[in-house]
Design a protein around this ligand. Structure first.
Ligand code: ADP
Ligand code: MG
Length: 246
């Protein structure tokens, strides 16, 4: 479904003087990864390790300096910052309709959009009473559910979540993760789940890729977590597990 080979990304260093200079910061170094159909692959790393940059490369928002990107199927994205990723002047209805219109144009079809909106709201566990609400009239968890509905409305085969549950409280995180599991199963989706929190990875993912300083330092199946070798990954694991990783 997704195959990345030797991806390198650098940005110009962020001060005004260097706009004319050549000083660049290497943000992704030789990153390779493979996502199979039906996978939920967790990408984990501390803040600044390059996770969002990698996410942008995967969904085609950023062209790498070098390397190959194969993403064979339609992909949708859900971001962390649900409050800025929706237009505050849009109602829930407008937000979802916008995606449906994109799909109509893409697939050259005509949808019964009102029915689709009801169906999608129901899917994410919200009733029809939410249809005419504005983003500021929703809780963080409800708004993130709307963002999930909007992503599903595009009928993707893959959804990429970039810290999509990180701003929610712990209880809401679990509810949204349960919803993501249901949706994945229902539509046979493939997920890429970016986070700095290993607990959510162990809850949702079957594979995990550790990103440290722009490099993939470890990739493993979720049940191989206890036998990983990389020091950084081990430290991260030890910080959340009761039984130390040897
Ligand atoms: N558009 C950009 N221009 C310049 N530097 C950037 C840009 N996007 C990200 N960076 C830098 O790249 C590094 C990795 O950022 P990011 O991918 O957002 O990490 P993460 O999502 O893991 O926190 C950071 O040092 C960040 O400052
Ligand atoms: Mg990020």
């Amino acid at each position: 479904m997704i195959n990345l080979q030797n991806i390198n990304v650098s940005f110009r260093k962020g001060n005004t003087k260097s706009i004319f200079g050549k000083e660049r910061q290497q943000v992704l170094k030789d990153v390779s990864m493979n996502v199979e159909e039906g996978d939920c692959v967790g990408i984990i790393g501390e803040s600044g390790s390059g996770k969002s940059t990698l996410g942008c490369v995967i969904c085609g928002l950023l062209k790498p300096d070098s390397g190959k990107v194969y993403v064979k199927k339609p992909i949708s994205v859900v971001f962390q910052d649900y409050s800025t990723s929706v237009d505050p002047r849009f109602t829930v209805n407008d937000i979802i309709i916008e995606s449906l219109t994109v799909r109509e144009r893409r697939d050259g079809i005509k949808l019964n959009k009102d029915n689709e909106v009801y169906r999608l709201l129901e899917l994410v566990g919200l009733g029809q009473e939410y249809i005419l609400r504005y983003p500021h009239e929703l809780s963080g968890g409800q708004l993130q559910r709307i963002c999930i509905a909007r992503a599903v409305a595009l009928q993707p085969r893959i959804i990429l979540f970039d810290e999509a549950i990180s701003s929610l409280d712990a209880h809401t995180q679990v509810q949204v993760m349960d919803l993501l599991r249901q949706i994945k199963l229902k539509y046979s989706l493939t997920y890429v789940f970016i986070t700095h929190d290993l607990t959510s990875v162990t809850y949702l993912c079957n594979k995990v890729l550790f990103l440290y300083n722009g490099q993939v330092v470890e990739t493993c199946n979720i049940d191989g977590l206890r036998t990983i070798k990389n020091e950084y990954a081990k430290n991260l694991l030890n910080s959340i597990m009761d039984v130390p990783v040897k």
